[in-house]
Design a protein around this ligand. Structure first.
Ligand code: FAD
Length: 309
């Protein structure tokens, strides 16, 4: 979506009336396309279904920007519960992805680090090699997120997301790159100004390719998190031509998006993992999915009008 439309959708979804409408029954039904449900049971049911199709899961317990230490500790507990449940469920390859603002980053790096270490230790108790992934949030959090990731990675299996839309990401990738790095490559879901972020799709894609190459050439493991078929096909060609080992990459997509492409990759023998969000705090996640694609907005509005009409 163009920057203007994206900004418009994000602004609209912050308006109280729109928010009320979207959090009602129509919005809930619409959210069901992108969110597995309100509970961990719902997340695990989605994971089991994906596993039957040969797809692994990245669980996301929805929530961000919590305002108290208690909420941050509760979010860490929820992740620990998800890790244990995932491990106890046979036939399901399931790890978790956290947002640092959900673990208390707005209350202080120390609060967040304490919760993050609890989550990492719980994962390692289940399996010493079990990785925990860190989502990347809006640009104001990038420094703190990368600093914490770098501080943790020598002691715990942990990975972090980068956003190719940010101009700084090429330099960040140079700093992170190496065999110890595990990086999820995304385009970036947040609205950022032109002084810090590429606005044109072709620039964002070019940056995606360049940063991915930097990481792979340095021996890093890369999770190619995109539904962009050109990037997916280009990455496959590059990975096979240069002989990148299969345990150093996987393709990742979001729950409910491009199932056809997910299945095509599985059929082609590629490792695929789907990001499965669950929980009651689905509103900010849903607004980002709406802002990515105008068709989602029309789809939502036509449903809303049909119900009201
Ligand atoms: P686009 O060019 O936006 O889309 C390519 C095609 O994918 C579209 O033509 C359409 O067919 C389909 N598509 C894309 N989005 C939608 C949608 N919302 N609804 C329906 N169809 C759609 N961003 C972050 O900022 N931080 C993160 O930590 C983060 N983690 C992610 C983890 C995973 C596994 C994935 C897949 C994405 C993640 N993102 C994250 C979101 C990412 O940054 C993009 O906003 C999102 O993936 C859309 O970009 P795209 O690469 O799919 O390409």
């Amino acid at each position: 979506m163009t920057g203007f439309l994206r900004a418009l959708v994000l602004w609209l979804t912050e308006q109280p009336l729109v928010r009320r409408l979207m959090q009602g029954s129509v919005g809930r039904r619409f959210a069901g396309r992108f969110v597995a449900g309100d509970t961990l049971d719902d997340g695990m049911a989605a994971a089991a279904q994906l596993a039957r199709g040969g797809i692994a899961t990245l669980l996301d317990h929805l929530g961000e920007n919590v305002s108290s230490r208690e909420q941050a500790a509760a979010a860490a507990d929820a992740y620990i519960g998800a890790i244990r449940r995932g491990r106890a469920t046979p036939g399901v390859d399931c790890i978790v992805s956290v947002k640092l603002t959900q673990l208390g980053l707005d209350s202080g790096v120390d609060v967040c680090a304490e919760n993050m270490v609890r989550v990492l230790q719980a994962a390692q108790e289940q399996d010493p090699a079990m990785r925990v992934m860190i989502d990347m949030e809006a640009s104001e959090y990038v420094d703190r997120t990368l600093d914490l990731y770098l501080a943790l990675r020598s002691r715990h299996p942990v990975g972090v997301a980068l956003q190719s839309c940010l101009r700084r990401t090429a330099a960040d990738a140079e700093r992170l790159a190496g065999p110890e790095a595990v990086v999820r490559m995304t385009k970036g879901a947040y609205l950022e100004g032109r002084e810090i972020a590429f606005q044109r799709r072709d620039e964002v894609s070019r940056s995606y390719v360049a940063v991915t190459r930097t990481l792979l050439e340095a021996g890093s493991s890369v999770h190619l998190a995109t539904h962009d078929e050109r990037l997916v096909d280009g990455a496959r060609e590059y990975l096979h031509r240069t002989g990148v080992a299969a345990d150093r990459y996987e393709f990742q997509m979001l729950y409910g998006i491009r199932r056809d492409l997910q299945n095509r990759l599985v059929e082609g023998g590629e490792p695929v993992r789907v990001y499965v969000p669950y929980g009651t705090q689905w509103y900010p996640y849903l607004t980002r999915r709406l802002a990515e694609r105008p068709a989602n907005v029309w789809f939502f509005l036509s449903n809303a009008l049909r119900v009201r009409g």
